[in-house]
Design a protein. Structure first.
Length: 571
């Protein structure tokens, strides 16, 4: 019988070690499993919390670190993201006479010596006045804003009473540019004037101020507008100037300027000079710029059908008033001729046939009876004739007298006249296409098309020739009106204006320029009227801003005015 092989036995100690190893491995796996389950549980709790916040519309509170990183006030930019208003860390110079204790002297050296050393750092200070201020022992600001290098020099003086607190400053990196649009901020009081006041809650809200607010302005167009307005104002020794560039399809303000300007960086609790906004707050009789609007209303109503009809151009006697033309062009004129030659008499007769109620209704539809539609708080109330219009009121309003509005009113009206007939409110906020308001129809599309031809014709052959910019198909109407004064009119004070649009074969933008009390100078050929003062500003401005706004010059294209040219040449 064969012998059976013996199975080697495992030592008891080794068996114990294997069992211990197995238990440890199982324990480790068990712990890993619990850790994984813990992470899954935390993730589920987080997801549930996020979902509940989303449905409840709540925002989790920020940590103190997140709050510290937020700007103290939201940023304002132009439509392309260029900063217009920012919050920056800043330094101030504060005098604390008790910094060295109640019993000690406020300064190590004499007030005169400290004032002399401060004068070396800040050359613009009055040394004697500063010495008296330090000797008075009165705590307070010595300078509200100082540069970091200046702060270092003050610190090096070793005067404990000269403290350098770090504060937040509202800074306008573009200086005076668009000052009337932006306004300014007063510490502890919030925004004053402009969009700083309008957007105050949003700019101050911790949940919203992290995102910049984009305005409709294009800083490049704004700079060009202010530059050309300033030139026009200085060349004619005018009191002031106003201008606006408006998108005809959206109502977005691409540029808005009022001169003289102010610097929001130095405005404070005491305010600033020149804060009056002539574009939105100044109401003026804008003269002959109203003639195209009146003609458009008459065309819409069927009063003007035959553009070749001869209208009486002789002076009109209405009660004790006589309406006459500045430069008569004959006994009769047709409507195209009346616009080219800026005839008061023909426009008045067209309005007379239209009737007071229909012209009044047209002006109301264009928003002329209410404050201008814009976000700014400074909005002038028009001087709109109340009640039932008399015959003379109707006739004078037709050529821009007896009704005073802001330049913004005029810009919005011209936008409706050239864009196909739709009036929309102006806005200083950048709009997405989906946010553009539908507006309301105020003119027929056919009327708008005809008016584009007539405006172009005025710039080619009429009083707007100096506004014609080759390749840009500019069209518009001049207006020169005596300023109201003491119940009458000041014959030596004019408001000259030019209301225009370009390119008129496919209108994109309206440009309105107003010059306040221009003087006859060499630059204006000793003339004060809009043809020599306001229109040239538009003629220089459009070629500058056109390419910025995506409008390239093309001298091969133009508005077809051949039929109107024939009517004008008949004269």
């Amino acid at each position: 019988m064969a012998a059976t092989a013996a199975v080697p036995s495992i030592p008891a100690g080794r068996v114990q070690r294997l069992n211990l190893r197995a238990r440890l491995l199982w324990t480790a796996r068990f712990r890993v499993l619990w850790i994984m389950l813990g992470f899954v549980l935390v993730a589920l709790v987080a997801l549930v919390r996020i979902a509940s916040l989303a449905f409840a519309g709540q925002v989790p509170e920020r940590t103190s670190l997140e709050e510290a990183l937020l700007p103290s006030r939201g940023e304002i930019t132009d439509r392309n993201g260029v900063p217009l208003a920012r919050a920056f860390p800043a330094y101030a110079l504060w005098f604390d006479p008790k910094a060295m204790g109640d019993d000690g002297a406020p300064l190590v050296r004499s007030p005169e010596q400290v004032a002399r050393e401060l004068k070396a750092i800040f050359p613009d200070i009055d040394e004697a006045r500063m010495a008296r201020r330090l000797a008075s022992g009165r705590a307070g600001y010595l300078r509200r804003r100082i540069l970091p290098e200046e702060a270092n020099k003050v610190f090096a003086l070793g005067e404990v009473a000269l403290e350098i607190p770090r504060e937040t400053d509202r800074h306008y990196p573009q200086g005076t540019l668009a000052a009337h649009v932006l306004g300014y901020v007063v510490e502890g009081e919030g925004g004053k004037l402009g969009m700083e006041q309008v957007l105050d809650d949003r700019l101050s809200d911790p949940d919203l101020r992290a995102e910049p607010v984009a305005l409709s302005l294009d800083v490049r167009v704004q700079g060009a507008l202010e530059d050309e307005l300033r030139r026009g104002m200085l060349e004619t020794n005018a009191l002031g100037a106003a201008g606006i560039v408006l998108d005809v399809d959206s109502g977005e303000v691409m540029a808005m300027a009022s001169l003289p300007e102010f610097d929001p960086n130095v405005a404070g609790a005491s305010g600033a000079k020149n804060v009056f906004n002539r574009v939105t707050n100044g109401v003026y009789e804008l003269g002959s710029t109203f003639k195209p609007l009146s003609v458009a209303a008459a065309m819409d109503a069927g009063v003007v059908r035959d553009l070749g009809r001869a209208w009486n151009a002789e002076p009109v006697q209405v009660g004790r008033s006589t309406i006459k033309d500045l430069k008569p062009k004959g006994a009769t004129l047709n409507v195209p001729q009346a616009l080219v030659y800026s005839s008061n008499t023909v426009t008045a007769r067209v309005a007379d046939e239209l009737g007071p109620e229909r012209l009044r209704r047209a002006m109301i539809d264009l928003g002329m009876d209410a404050r201008p539609f814009i976000e700014l708080p400074a909005r002038g109330k028009p001087l709109f004739p109340g009640g039932k219009w008399s015959r003379v009121t109707n006739m004078t309003v037709s050529y821009g007298h007896g009704l005073a509005v802001t330049p913004l009113h005029l810009a919005s009206a011209y936008a409706a006249m050239v864009n196909g007939g739709i009036w929309r409110p102006a806005t200083l906020m950048k709009l997405d296409r989906k946010d553009i308001p539908r507006g309301r129809r105020v003119f027929k599309e056919s009327t708008s098309s005809r008016m584009r031809q007539m405006l172009r014709m005025i710039s080619l052959y009429g009083t707007g020739r100096s506004a014609d910019a080759p390749g840009y198909r500019v069209g518009g109407k001049t207006g020169s009106a005596e300023k109201a004064s003491g119940g009458g009119y000041a014959k030596t004070s004019l408001i000259s204006s030019f209301a225009s649009a370009f390119p008129l074969d496919a209108p994109r933008y309206v440009v309105v320029v107003v010059i306040d009390e221009p003087k006859g100078t060499i630059a204006s050929s000793y003339q004060r009227t809009a043809a020599f003062t306001a229109a040239p500003v538009v003629g220089r401005l459009v070629p500058r801003i056109g390419p910025m706004l995506g409008v390239q010059p093309d001298e091969r294209r133009d508005v077809d005015i051949s039929d109107l040219r024939y009517l004008v040449d008949k004269h």
